[in-house]
Design a binder for this molecule. Structure first.
Ligand SMILES: *Cc1c(COP(=O)(O)O)cnc(C)c1O
Length: 398
């Protein structure tokens, strides 16, 4: 092992998740796999071919640099869509490669038309409609200009989609805001259709929306977190899996399985006498004679300092508490109660070992992070490998 930790991606878990998600969205809907932020920390280069093998052929990313990485590894027939940032100077690259992208302002459409004229190419764009997130998106008042530009340049611009994004579909407290967005979206689509913009897949739903607002499953869905085997929020998981029946609540088992497992190995072991402090400073005092294992992962590898004295790792199928503060490249764990821990033993930072699991969310809870943040903080340079591990029968946490 050359890097100090490793990330394993379980193909069987991904296949399981995609099979389940297909039952949720139905057979005909286009599944766009959201692979932004290094495929949510899973690694674009490993994840994209793996998800393609499961039959997925549409990818969504945020920016051009991510699109480049997807294009470098994906099937030439797969489609790639940039939902966010493209510097104007990079538009020719994007258009020449047939990469789809969001038009979120009339300016982007004018730039596109100009570039397409020069290249004698046709761009495939998705019109992002402002429905209430108030982040990016075409305002109703901007649509006449957009429609006029489209009508006068049909040979240069193809409308591949009409879309929007919800302002937090994973929590019920946003319910009215989302409902309003759904209505506004359909009204804007209707007015575009009436104005003669007849092409384009309708898409609005992210992972949370396919569960919480199934009516937003339109022609295409853009699914990120759920394909990796995590729920957007505890609330979404509980709402989806718990169904009330006459006699109470039926709790269905979690159909999602985590794709990612993050491991390191024991670097050294050390005995520490009662009364000594451990790691930097005075935050951990040995209250008995201890046996510690050092693990070569620290905050530089994405293991947050806030987890100091709080987290757990798995060694030999048992939980070992993190003791002392997390260092830049190392942490210490208490293995006094785990017999025979030796240099080279596998250390699970996130994932299953034996019968127990360190879930991303347990990790996230400690640092007040979203699952999303924890995943995207995983180090890009860590070795990643695709494996096939039997799926655990049941799972804990989200
Ligand atoms: C990230 C993102 C998604 C996917 O969100 P998940 O909650 O991970 O499913 C969908 N649409 C847009 C515009 C996004 O930025």
């Amino acid at each position: 092992m050359t890097s100090t930790s490793r990330i394993q991606l379980n193909r069987l878990a991904l296949e399981n998740n995609l099979r389940y998600l297909r039952t949720v969205i139905g057979e005909k809907v286009v599944f766009s796999s959201v692979a932004k932020s290094n495929a949510y920390g899973h690694g674009i280069e490993q994840f994209v071919p793996m998800v393609e093998r499961c039959g997925v052929d549409h990818f969504s990313v945020f920016s051009l640099d991510e699109a480049r990485r997807v294009v470098a590894v994906c099937d030439p027939k797969s489609r790639v869509m940039i939902m966010g940032f493209i510097d104007e100077v990079d538009l020719p690259w994007v258009i020449e490669r047939g990469i789809e992208f969001y038009v979120f302002a009339p300016r982007r459409l004018r730039e596109t038309i100009q570039v397409c004229r020069g290249l004698r190419r046709r761009a495939r764009v998705h019109l992002e409609l402002e429905t209430g997130l108030h982040r990016t998106g075409l305002e109703a008042a901007e649509l006449p200009e957009v429609v006029a530009l489209l009508h006068s340049n049909p040979e240069l611009v193809e409308v591949a989609g009409l879309c929007t994004h919800f302002a937090g579909a994973e929590v019920v407290s946003n319910y009215y805001r989302i409902q309003n967005q759904i209505q506004v979206f359909h009204a804007l689509v209707r007015s575009l259709r009436e104005a003669g913009v007849t092409d384009g897949l309708l898409h609005a739903a992210c992972s949370a929306a396919i569960f919480n607002y199934p009516e937003t499953i339109l022609d295409m869905v853009r699914v990120g977190i759920a394909q990796y085997g995590l729920w957007s929020s505890q609330e979404t998981r509980i709402r989806t899996l718990n169904r009330s029946s006459g006699s109470g609540v039926i709790r269905n088992p979690d159909p999602l399985r985590r794709v990612l497992r993050w491991t390191s190995s024991v670097m050294d072991t050390k005995e520490v006498a009662e009364g000594e402090y451990v790691s930097y400073g005075y935050s951990y005092l040995a209250s008995r004679d201890l046996r510690l294992a050092s693990v070569p992962v620290g905050y530089a590898q994405g293991y947050k300092r806030e987890i100091s004295n709080q987290g757990h790792v798995l060694i030999r199928g048992a939980r070992a508490p993190v003791v002392g503060v997390i260092n830049m490249n190392m942490m210490l764990v208490d293995v006094t109660d785990i017999p025979d821990v030796a240099v080279g033993d596998e250390v699970v930072l996130i994932g299953v070992q034996g019968d127990i699991e360190i879930s991303v969310s347990s990790f996230s809870d400690m640092v007040h992070n979203l699952n999303y943040e924890t995943l995207v903080g995983l180090p890009a340079e860590t070795e990643r490998a695709v494996v096939e591990r039997p799926l655990p029968k049941r799972t804990l946490g989200i």
